[in-house]
Every structure is written in C-alpha cells, then in structure tokens.
Design a binder for this molecule. Structure first.
Ligand code: SAM
Length: 226
C-alpha cells in the first residue's frame, strides 16, 4: 500500500507523535503505527473527500484510538498545547508546503522535526524554513511514478546557506547521488525545451534570461564547478 517515496519519508520520522499534513489516504501514519515506529498520529486533511478516505482507512485498520483524522488546513489542526515530534508534509509543490508552514507556524507548541517531500521547487521550502530558523539535516531525491521528489529533513537550529545551496540543496550538492544528477539532467532538458519555444515565438520576455540563468546554474552543478 505505501509507496517507495513515502517509505523513504518514514525513515526520517522520529519520536512517538506524528502530524501528517495533507494525509489524503492516511497511508503514512497507518504504516508507521503498523511498524510500531510511532505511538500516535494526527492525519490532517483540508478536502472532505480525502478526509473521508483517511477516516475509513484508519477505521479499516482499527487504528481509531491511535490515529486522529482531522479536517482542517495545514497546521491549524494542532490543538492548544498539543506537541508533535515530527511533522510530515508530502506530495505537494514546494511553494504550497512553504505557505502551509509559514501560515501555520503560530499553531506550533514546540519545535518538531519537519520531513517534507516536494515534487517541484524545493527551494521555496528551504528559504521559508531558514526564515523560521530551521536547518537542513538530511536530503535525498526519490523517483516515483515518473516524477522526482525532493525529500528534505529540517530540525530547529541555525543554518547559513548560499543561493546555490538554497536552490539545489546543501546535502544534494555534497552527495551528488545518481538520482540527483539525473533530476538535474531532466530539469535542464525541460528548461531547454521551454527556452526554444520562447525563442521561436515573437514575444521575447524576461523569462528567457531567467531560464538561461537557470540552465547555466544546472550546468555548473552537473560539471561540479562549485
Ligand atoms: C497529492 S496529495 C499527497 C498525499 C500524501 N501526503 C502523499 O504524499 O501521498 C496532497 C494532499 O494534500 C491536501 N492538501 C492540500 N493543501 C492542504 C492544506 N493546506 N492543508 C491540509 N491538506 C492539504 C490535498 O487535499 C491532498 O489530499
């Protein structure tokens, strides 16, 4: 039931209490309870359909006393004085994950670990978390269903990242895994395709310069020039 991407996320969950934001089907909390890795979870969902799915899956596993499924947006499902050891936010774009954390930070009653898995623009999350005084302790790239995911683990504490590290990830840049380099190659091909479309159209926008810069940065990383 749980896919390889969420299994990768599960490795980084610490402590007894988990909040899974945007739980959809509640697969991640169910898996972690089954594995005895956590004792209790809240599965938060903002949309009624996925919320009902989560509820019926949790009921099917008879985990009603261990997983509380709540309808609400982002971190607003956290109740007064409630604390979590880990918060997971997975399967969304980086900007959405960043805005969920930014808008909900005042609901936190402690400084939990955050484990996020974004399908685009992980940079937004890195920048937002640095603003909130969270540092990166782990990163990996996952490939699932023909898509790349950036898994990033944050803990409370100071960090000092360069622009290149915000964009590509400090640990990705150090580790240079095959999946990371493959993702860069795919991103580069995608940008080159958009660039040639813009060049062929009559409207030359500022976008062209931005895309050319991004391609140059990707080349710099692929060629290990940093
Ligand atoms: C693509 S699914 C990912 C589900 C699961 N986390 C996973 O990785 O397989 C994204 C889920 O996040 C939910 N979602 C989006 N914005 C949300 C928010 N602000 N608060 C809670 N859930 C949200 C959506 O309704 C959807 O069910």
């Amino acid at each position: 039931m749980i896919d390889t991407r969420l299994k990768a996320v599960s490795k980084y969950v610490v402590g007894e209490r988990l909040l899974d934001v945007g739980s959809d089907h509640a697969y991640l909390p169910i898996y972690l309870i089954e594995q005895n890795k956590i004792k209790y979870a809240v599965a938060g969902e903002v949309v009624k359909g996925p919320f009902e799915n989560s509820k019926s899956n949790v009921k099917g596993y008879k985990f009603d006393d261990k997983i509380d499924v709540r309808l609400g947006s982002g971190l607003s499902v956290i109740q007064k004085d409630e604390q979590f050891d880990t918060i997971t936010i997975c399967g969304m774009g980086g900007p959405l994950i960043a805005s969920i954390i930014k808008e909900g930070i005042s609901y936190l009653n402690n400084t939990p670990r955050f484990v996020v898995s974004s399908n685009v623009y992980g940079e937004s999350v890195r920048r937002e978390m640095a603003n909130l005084n969270y540092k990166i302790i782990s990163e990996e790239i996952n490939f699932y269903n023909n898509k790349f995911y950036e898994l990033i683990v944050f803990e409370y504490g100071e960090d000092d990242l360069s622009d290149l590290e915000f964009k590509f990830g400090p640990i990705n840049l150090k580790d240079r895994t095959n999946l990371f380099l493959l993702k860069l190659q795919k991103d580069k091909e995608h940008l080159q395709h958009i660039k040639s479309q813009i060049e062929q159209s009559s409207k030359k926008t500022d976008k062209l310069e931005e895309i050319t810069n991004d391609i140059n940065l990707i080349n710099q990383v692929i060629n290990h020039e940093y």
